[in-house]
Design a protein around this ligand. Structure first.
Ligand code: GDP
Ligand code: MG
Length: 164
């Protein structure tokens, strides 16, 4: 059975961008407005000698905020339940938000293997300290990435496959 790796996080952190870069294809819709990923997407990914199924959990993200929040929670929960490893994407330019903390709490309760991918660290030398605050989310593995510029994705994938 293929290992399932879910990309989880609040809207607009770069989940679909990351998903697309990792599968080397543009199947997931990227947009700077929250609310564009319609379904969960599954694709096979190979890293070194390891194969796994990657899931983009943008999910239903309607505009109404209350509804959106509950849908994100719902989607995240489904994805979390079926996943062996979670890539928890956060925004390294924005910092920790309330919704990040909510998702972190769900992940901690489910006792899943989690890698925190601090995205949008486009300039590593300048922005690497931005990742420090994310240790407060309570996970051991925190890695700086830039999905858009494909920075550190290899290091992130090393952490992912080492948890299988
Ligand atoms: P999602 O809602 O989490 O799936 O986020 P998207 O992948 O749709 O991206 C949301 C926005 O963040 C888009 O405008 C992306 O271009 C932007 N974005 C994604 N990755 C990066 C990155 O590494 N650096 C920067 N600066 N922007 C990014
Ligand atoms: Mg998306």
């Amino acid at each position: 059975m293929s290992q399932i790796v879910a990309v989880v996080g609040r809207p607009n952190v770069g989940k679909s961008t990351l998903f697309n870069k990792l599968i080397g294809d543009r199947v997931s819709i990227v947009n700077n407005e929250p609310g564009v990923t319609r379904d969960r997407l599954y694709r096979e990914v190979k890293w070194l000698d390891k194969k796994f199924t990657l899931v983009d959990t943008g999910g239903l993200e309607p505009r109404n905020n209350e509804f959106m929040m509950s849908k994100i929670r719902e989607q995240a929960k489904v994805a979390i339940d079926e996943a062996n490893v979670i890539i928890f994407v956060v925004d390294g330019k924005v910092g920790i938000t309330g919704l990040d903390e909510e998702i972190a709490e769900i992940l901690r309760k489910k006792d899943k293997k989690v890698i925190v991918a601090v995205n949008k660290i486009d300039n590593y030398m300048k922005e690497k300290d931005n990742i420090l605050e994310f240790y407060a989310l309570g996970f051991y593995d925190v890695v700086a990435i830039s999905a858009e510029h494909k920075v550190n994705l290899g290091d992130m994938l090393d952490l992912v496959v080492e948890k299988f």
